[in-house]
Design a protein around this ligand. Structure first.
Ligand SMILES: Nc1ncnc2c1ncn2[C@@H]1O[C@H](COP(=O)(O)OP(=O)(O)OP(=O)(O)O)[C@@H](O)[C@H]1O
Length: 223
């Protein structure tokens, strides 16, 4: 469980200001979803929180370790599944055991020795989740991890992520374009626009319509 504290975060790419004095707090163990139009800076914010981009103004502090799962699972094709999970962990003696435990948690215990290319999209995404969780992160950053999956697989992934969150209790920041996904999974929903968090909601009545209105899209559409 990590606490996230962001104050006055500004990120520029050349002349373009993508994040503009953004403030954000995430409490330890909280599950937060972040919505916003394509190109509004969601991935940029995640990269800053992951420590992948330090060329910023303002303050972005995470008091714990961070793992990221991306839209594409990004598995190394020349490593078997279990080796992908523990890659870079620096625990070679416990490596396989740790990987098997993590694979069991994402219900892929019998896939440890497979090659990534033999996995379905949903399976690869579960391996990616296992790889993120084996690091026991205080903060789990999920950058549209379900966007490329079919609807049924996505629903199964939602349940899995909820189960894993309850067991491991990391703080989570989920970037998504799907308002219903945010409503289903998150305790708090943030809308990013013009470089800042412009509104925040707890899931409840009428929130779907309010978020869609914030995003300038009508009811019945996704963002
Ligand atoms: N390395 C970079 N150099 C220049 N501009 C960049 C760089 N990375 C991102 N940008 C720009 O910053 C803006 C925000 O990008 P970002 O990827 O954070 O958006 P996003 O909200 O995650 O979009 P999407 O929902 O489409 O993934 C975009 O206009 C993008 O072109």
């Amino acid at each position: 469980m990590a606490r996230v504290t962001v104050r006055g975060l500004t990120k520029r790419f050349g002349e373009r200001t993508v994040l503009d004095r953004l403030d954000l707090d995430i409490a330890p163990g909280e599950f937060v979803a972040l919505l916003g139009h394509s190109g509004c800076g969601k991935s940029t914010l995640l990269r800053v929180l992951a420590g992948l981009d330090r060329d910023i103004d303002g303050e972005a502090h995470v008091d714990g370790t961070v793992s990221v799962a991306f839209q594409q699972p990004r598995l190394l094709p020349w490593r078997r599944v279990w080796r992908n999970i523990v890659l870079g962990l620096h625990k070679p003696e416990a490596g396989r055991e740790l990987a098997l435990k993590a694979l069991d948690e994402v219900r892929l215990a019998d896939h440890a020795d497979k090659w990534p290319r033999t996995l379905s999209g949903g399976e690869a995404q579960r391996v990616s989740l296992a790889r993120a969780l084996v690091r026991e992160p205080g903060l789990l950053l999920l950058d549209e991890p379900f966007a490329a999956l079919d609807a049924l697989t996505r629903l199964a992934m939602h349940r899995l992520v909820q189960d894993l969150w309850r067991v491991h209790q990391p703080s989570v920041l989920l970037v998504t374009h799907d308002v219903d996904e945010a409503l289903r999974l998150a305790q708090r929903i943030l809308v990013l626009a013009d470089g800042r968090i412009v509104s925040e909601y707890e899931p409840g009545e009428h929130v779907r319509a309010k978020v869609l209105a914030d995003l300038g899209v009508g009811e019945s559409a996704t963002a």
